[in-house]
Design a protein around this ligand. Structure first.
Ligand SMILES: *Cc1c(COP(=O)(O)O)cnc(C)c1O
Length: 717
C-alpha cells in the first residue's frame, strides 16, 4: 500500500497521543474528539458535557483541549460511569459506521476542491465571521453526510475573527485572541521526510512560506494554510493572523496564499482535484496557478492567458455571494502588483493579461482589478445563491458579456440552505424522529416526509417550542449578566439580568452581521411604538445580536443608537443586546426565538440563511421579501414585508418600519396569544406546521448539495 502524505497519518499519531492520556475505557474519545462529526451526531456533545459541563464550556467546547486539560482523577471517575460508557460505545459505533461507509465520486477527474476564505464548522475553530463561512461549513458537513469526495481549502487564522465588547455607551470594541494550535482538533501535515509539508507563494519581495493543517469535518478533510512560521518575517506571518484584515494589501496576500498556495498544497499532498469550486471571489487566483501549470505542460508557442483560462475552464466553478458592486473588492493595479507582481511574473504570466482578465472591461487601462471578473472568466459556471440574486447578478455582470442579452447572461443559481443536523435543536430532532422515522435526516429534502408534521399533537409541538424558548432564556440570563458586568454596568443592573426575559413571552430575534443594509435600525424607527409592542398586553421580548466590521463606523453607530434608544425605553430586561454573536450562541438563538426578523434593504440580501435555521426549529419568519424569503414565503408560513426596490430609501425605511410594526401588533401578537382552554395557541401552531412543511425540505442542505452535484459539479459531463 502506498502511503499518502495527506495528513491522515499525522492525524492517527495525534489521536494515539491523546488516547494514551485517557483511561482505557475512554480511549474512543480520542478519535471522536479529532473529528467534528461528533458535533452533529446525536449524543456526541453530551459525552463531553457529562464528564464536566462547566469545564467543557471553559474549554470553548473544544474536546481536544478539554480532554488534555481535564484532571486525571476526573477522567478516571468518568471511566467507571457505566451509563457514559454505554453512550460512548453507541456514538463511537455510529460515527465509525459513518466514516467507513463507501464513498461516491462526484467527478470522474478527482475530488472537488472547495475553496473559501472562511469556514464556520464549529465555535472551537474560529476561522469564520458570518453567513459565508457558516454556509461553507454546512456544505462540508453535508457532502460528508452524502459520502461525496470533496476537500475543503482555507486559511488558519491564528487570531480568528474579532470578539466584540460594547462599552457603556454602546460603542463596539474589538479584540482578538490567539488560538492554541497544540490543542486544536487539527494536525500539521507532514511530508515523506517527516518534516512539515511546506509550500511557498511569492508575496511582496519575498517568499511567503506556509504549513498545512488538516481538520476532519466528518468524512471531509479541510486543509488550512498557516503562515505563522519562524522563517517568515513578522509582516508575512501576519498574513494568516486575522480574517478579513482591514489592510487591503494584507488581504491581497491572504488571497494569494489561499488561491495559489491552496493549489500548491493540494499538489504537494498528491491530491489532484477534478474541479475547483471557488466559493466567493477570494480564492480566484487559483485559476492563474492552474493556467501557469498548463502553460508549462504545453510545449510549443506560448499561449495567451485567455486561451490558458479557457483550457482550464472545465475545472472551475464559481459561486458569487455579493449583490452589490461595492461588495466585490477591487484593487488599483499598482497596489495589486506591489503585492502580487512577483507571483504573476514567476508564474510566467503577463501582468497586462492578468489585468485584462480581472477587469470588467478588458480594454481599460485604469479600471481597478477584481476577483469576481477573474472568477467568472475562469469558470465553466457561475451561480448566485438565490433566484432573486441570480437576476441581480445577471444585471450586475452583464458588462462582462458584451452584446449578450441580460436574460442570456450565463449565471444560474443554487439557493443556499443549512445543515439540518447542525441547526435543528436536539429537542426538535427527537420530536420529528418520532413521526418521521429513524434516519429521516438522510432524505430530509423529501416533501412527503414533512407532511408528517400534521400528525404531531399540538401539545407535543407546543411543549417542544416552549422547551427551546426556555433554553434560550437561560442562556440570555447568564450571558447578558456577564456582558453587563464586563461593560462595567452597575451591579444591580447586571444582577437584574439574571431574571431577565420570561420563558412564556413572545420572543423575537434579530441576529447577524451588523451591516447597515441589514437595517437593524428599522426595529427602532419609532421607539415609542416599539415600547408599546413590548409593554402592552401580553409580554413580548426582543433579543438583538451581531458584530460590525472593525472599520464599519456606520454599523457601529447603528448599534450605539440602539443602546441609547434602549435606555430611553426603560424595558431593560425585555429588550437585550447579546454581545459577541458567534457559533456558540447561534444554535440556541435560532432555536429559541418564536419570530425571526430579517429586514434587509432589497435587493441587497443575496440569500440569508439564519431564517432557515429558525424555520427548521419551528420558529416563524417575519422578513423582507428578499433573498431566500422570496422563494420560501407562501402566504401561510410566516410574514412578509414588501421586497420591491425603491430609490427613495428614506420613504422605503418609513414604509417598511410601519409594515413591521403593523405585523407585530395586528398579526403576530394576537396569533401568539390566542390560546385554547389548555393554553395552546392553535392558530400559531398551524402556521408553525405550514412553515416546517414548506421550508424544511427546501432549505435543508441535502437539497442544496444535490443541486450543486447535479447542476454545477456534474453538468457538462
Ligand atoms: C447563519 C449565521 C449567519 C448568517 O445570518 P444571516 O441572517 O443569513 O445573515 C451569521 N452568523 C452566524 C454565526 C450564523 O450562524
Amino acid at each position: 500500500m502506498t502511503k499518502r502524505f495527506d495528513g491522515s497519518l499525522d492525524m492517527r499519531r495525534a489521536i494515539d497521543r491523546l488516547a494514551r492520556r485517557l483511561p482505557e475505557p475512554l480511549e474512543d474519545l480520542a478519535w471522536i474528539s479529532y473529528n467534528y462529526l461528533w458535533s452533529w451526531t446525536p449524543g456526541g456533545r453530551d459525552l463531553f458535557t457529562s464528564i464536566d459541563a462547566h469545564r467543557f464550556m471553559l474549554a470553548g467546547q473544544n474536546p481536544v483541549r478539554f480532554l488534555w486539560n481535564q484532571a486525571e482523577r476526573d477522567l478516571l471517575r468518568a471511566a467507571t460511569d457505566e451509563d457514559l460508557l454505554e453512550r460512548l460505545s453507541e456514538v463511537a459505533q455510529k460515527m465509525d459506521a459513518e466514516l467507513q461507509r463507501p464513498g461516491q465520486r462526484v467527478q470522474a477527474g478527482g475530488p472537488v476542491a472547495f475553496f473559501c476564505a472562511e469556514f464556520g464548522v464549529h465555535s472551537s475553530l474560529p476561522v469564520y465571521s458570518g453567513g459565508l463561512g457558516v454556509l461553507a461549513g454546512d456544505i462540508l458537513k453535508e457532502v460528508s453526510d452524502q459520502a461525496l469526495d470533496v476537500v475543503g481549502v482555507g486559511l488558519l487564522y491564528r487570531r480568528g475573527y474579532l470578539h466584540q465588547r460594547m462599552n457603556l455607551s454602546g460603542w463596539q470594541h474589538e479584540y482578538w485572541t490567539e488560538i492554541n494550535t497544540d490543542q486544536l482538533p487539527a494536525v500539521r501535515v507532514r511530508g515523506a521526510d517527516g518534516a512539515p509539508l511546506r509550500v511557498t507563494v511569492p508575496v511582496w519581495d519575498g517568499e511567503l512560506a506556509a504549513h498545512v493543517w488538516l481538520v476532519n469535518v466528518g468524512r471531509t478533510p479541510l486543509y488550512l494554510l498557516d503562515a505563522e512560521l519562524a522563517e517568515n518575517n513578522p509582516l508575512e506571518r501576519w498574513v494568516s493572523a486575522r480574517l478579513y484584515e482591514g489592510s487591503r494589501e494584507i488581504r491581497l496576500a491572504q488571497y494569494a496564499l489561499l488561491g495559489i498556495g491552496g493549489v500548491r498544497a493540494l499538489d504537494a499532498m498528491g491530491i489532484a482535484p477534478g474541479l475547483f469550486h471557488l466559493n466567493e471571489g477570494h480564492p480566484a487566483l487559483a485559476s492563474l496557478e492552474i493556467a501557469s501549470k498548463t502553460s508549462s505542460e504545453l510545449s510549443g508557442d506560448r499561449l495567451g492567458l485567455e486561451k490558458l483560462l479557457e483550457i482550464g475552464r472545465d475545472r472551475f466553478a464559481f459561486t458569487t455571494h455579493t449583490p452589490v458592486p461595492a461588495g466585490n473588492e477591487t484593487y488599483e493595479a499598482d497596489q495589486f502588483f506591489s503585492v502580487l507582481g512577483r507571483a504573476i511574473d514567476q508564474m510566467g504570466l503577463s501582468r497586462e493579461e492578468v489585468s485584462a482578465v480581472s477587469r470588467v472591461d478588458p480594454t481599460s487601462t485604469s479600471e481597478p482589478l477584481g476577483f469576481s471578473p477573474l472568477a467568472i472568466r475562469c469558470s465553466r459556471s457561475t451561480n448566485a445563491v438565490s433566484k432573486r440574486h441570480e437576476e441581480v447578478a445577471r444585471e450586475m455582470w452583464r458588462p462582462l458579456f458584451p452584446g449578450v442579452d441580460v436574460a442570456d447572461v450565463p449565471i444560474t443559481h443554487v439557493t443556499n440552505a443549512v445543515h439540518l443536523p447542525t441547526w435543528m435543536s436536539p429537542t426538535m430532532r427527537e420530536l420529528l424522529t418520532k413521526f418521521f422515522g429513524a434516519d429521516w435526516e438522510r432524505h430530509a429534502d423529501d416533501p412527503g416526509l414533512w407532511s408528517h408534521v400534521d400528525e404531531i399533537p399540538d401539545v407535543d409541538l407546543w411543549r417542544a417550542r416552549c422547551d427551546m424558548r426556555l433554553e434560550l432564556v437561560e442562556l440570555i440570563r447568564r450571558d447578558i449578566g456577564v456582558d453587563r458586568l464586563a461593560r462595567g454596568e452597575e451591579i444591580a443592573y447586571a444582577e437584574a439580568a439574571f431574571d431577565a426575559f420570561d420563558p412564556t413571552h413572545l420572543t423575537v430575534g434579530f441576529a447577524r452581521r451588523l451591516a447597515t443594509y441589514k437595517r437593524l435600525d428599522l426595529l427602532f424607527y419609532d421607539p415609542e411604538r416599539l415600547r408599546r409592542i413590548i409593554d402592552e398586553d401580553k409580554g413580548t421580548q426582543f433579543i438583538v445580536a451581531g458584530k460590525a466590521h472593525p472599520l464599519d463606523d456606520e454599523a457601529k453607530n447603528v448599534a450605539r443608537n440602539m443602546f441609547t434608544l434602549k435606555r430611553g425605553l426603560d424595558v431593560p430586561n425585555r429588550l437585550v443586546f447579546l454581545e459577541d454573536y458567534d457559533l456558540r450562541v447561534a444554535p440556541r438563538l435560532v432555536a429559541g426565538c418564536d419570530v425571526w426578523l430579517n429586514l434587509p434593504r432589497p435587493p441587497l440580501e443575496a440569500s440569508g440563511t439564519s431564517g432557515m435555521k429558525a424555520a427548521l426549529n419551528g420558529g416563524l419568519n417575519l422578513s423582507v421579501l428578499d433573498g431566500w424569503w422570496g422563494e420560501g414565503y407562501n402566504g401561510q408560513n410566516g410574514w412578509a414585508i414588501d421586497g420591491s426596490v425603491d430609490d427613495d430609501t428614506e420613504a422605503q425605511d418609513e414604509r417598511d418600519a410601519r409594515a413591521l410594526y403593523d405585523l407585530l401588533e395586528n398579526e403576530v401578537k394576537p396569533l401568539f396569544f390566542t390560546r385554547d382552554a389548555n393554553g395552546i395557541p392553535i392558530g400559531w401552531l398551524a402556521r408553525t406546521r405550514a412553515s416546517l412543511r414548506s421550508l424544511g425540505p427546501k432549505f435543508c442542505a441535502n437539497r442544496m448539495v444535490d443541486d450543486y452535484v447535479e447542476r454545477i459539479y456534474r453538468s457538462g459531463h
